[in-house]
Every structure is written in C-alpha cells, then in structure tokens.
Design a protein around this ligand. Structure first.
Ligand SMILES: Nc1ncnc2c1ncn2[C@@H]1O[C@H](COP(=O)(O)OP(=O)(O)OP(=O)(O)O)[C@@H](O)[C@H]1O
Length: 227
C-alpha cells in the first residue's frame, strides 16, 4: 500500500529531514512510528499525503507515485488518506455532525447519503449522542474522536495519525488507540500512528518503526523497540 524507494527530503534551509529511506507497508497493517524530536517523523508522513514532495526517490501510495500527481488532482488523491493531528483541527463554529459531514459535502455526495454515513461513523467512534454539540462543548478525547470520524468518513485506504494522543491523559489515550485499532480491524484500513507515547507502543505490540536523523534505525514487526 505504501512504498518508499530511496527517499530523501532536504528542506530549502538545507535541513536533511529524511535521508535515503526505504520502506514497505502492506494494506491492512497497523504501524507505529516513533523517534526523538526532530527525527523526521512528521516529514515522513507529510511525504505520504503530499504535503511535501521528496527531493529524490519515490513515494508510492496505493500504486500512485505521489510526486507525479498534478496539483489539481491532489484533492482526489487525499481522499485515499485520512489524517488526524494532535490538536484535532475541528471547525469551531460547526457542530460535530457538520464537522464530519463537511468532508463529504466537498465531494458532492447526496444529502441523505451524507446523513447516513455521518451517523454511522459517529456511532463507530462512540459519539452518536453528540452530533449537535460544538467542539468547545466536548472533552479533548471526544474532540479527537470527532477528528477521527472526519478522517474516515470518506472510507480512506490509509489513516495517518500524527501524535493523536499528545494532549490526552493515559486512559483517554488508550481509548483513542483502541479506536484506531478497531478501524484497522473492521475496515481493513492501513493505519500509521506517530507517537512519543512509550507505554502505548510497548503495550500494543504492533509493528514499530524507529526513525532517527531521518533514517529508519529499527523496524520490528513484534512491536516495542530498543533504547
Ligand atoms: N518546513 C520546514 N522547513 C525547514 N526545515 C524543516 C521544516 N519542517 C521540518 N523541518 C526540519 O526537519 C527536521 C525534521 O523535522 P520533523 O518535523 O519531520 O521531525 P519530527 O520527528 O516530526 O519531530 P517532532 O517529534 O518534534 O514533531 C527538523 O530538523 C526540523 O527542524
């Protein structure tokens, strides 16, 4: 589903954020990406959803060479990939329902279909009773669940979460990770989670990729990592 071939990213400032990276992630995998601050984790995932283009090398997502996508086709490509961030990034003046529906409205889906689909994903994330609430009326964990619902409403093939539990307490974090695992299992979505949370990585025993200085230092399918 995801393939990196000799990928290097050098920013205009001269910083080499990703350095000759090679990687394969199969459809349906659940992968943690860990590493110290500044290691290149965010750059790695930005390359996947074409927020950045590689300086050299190839990034292939679902058979598509990401750097070759024409600018006007980027929105179509992005429907294959749902992205969730640490700070939720919800629209503050829209309700939970509207925040999730928004992602479908831009795709011209009929209204009835939108309603049914949004209800279904809100049920999956456990927020069916919060459809009419505004983001500020929700806890951090609930806001992250809305962000996840929004990210999966278009049924993407890949779901990327960049520090999804960074602002949450341990119990709430565990709930978010369990939800991401459920989406992986139920929908077969390929899930990539960037995290600093050692407890989560050590306890969930999923494939774990350690990035340091823009390189993959270890890649363990058994989960966990060596310090
Ligand atoms: N737009 C940019 N322009 C120039 N340099 C950048 C840019 N974005 C990131 N960098 C640099 O690239 C390197 C890798 O950054 P990146 O954000 O990918 O690391 P990270 O592993 O996600 O870090 P953190 O865990 O702190 O989020 C860092 O040295 C950073 O300063």
């Amino acid at each position: 589903m995801i393939k990196l071939e000799g990928v290097t990213k050098v920013y205009k400032t001269g910083v080499r954020a990703v350095n000759d990276m090679n990687l394969n992630i199969d459809a349906g995998e659940f992968v943690y990406v860990i590493g110290p601050t500044g290691a290149g984790k965010s750059t790695f995932i930005k390359l996947l959803y074409r927020e950045e283009k590689p300086t050299t090398g190839k990034v292939i997502v679902d058979g598509i060479n990401v750097a070759k996508i024409k600018d006007r086709k980027v929105p179509y490509f992005r429907r294959k990939i749902g992205v969730v961030f640490q700070n939720y990034r919800l629209l503050p003046r829209k309700t939970v329902f509207e925040n999730v529906a928004f992602a479908l409205q831009v795709t011209d889906t009929p209204r009835r279909k939108i309603r049914n689909r949004v209800r279904k994903v809100l049920e999956l994330v456990g927020l069916e009773d919060k459809a009419n609430a505004f983001p500020h009326e929700l806890s951090g964990g609930q806001q992250q669940r809305v962000a996840i619902a929004r990210a999966i409403v278009n049924s993407p093939k890949v779901l990327i979460a960049d520090e999804p539990t960074g602002n949450l307490d341990p119990d709430t974090s565990e709930g978010i990770i369990e939800l991401l695992e459920r989406i992986n299992e139920i929908n077969g979505t390929t899930v990539i989670v960037v995290t600093h949370d050692k407890i989560i990585v050590q306890s969930h025993k999923k494939r774990t990729i350690l990035i340091e200085d823009g390189c993959i230092r270890s890649d363990s399918s058994l989960g966990g990592y060596e310090e």
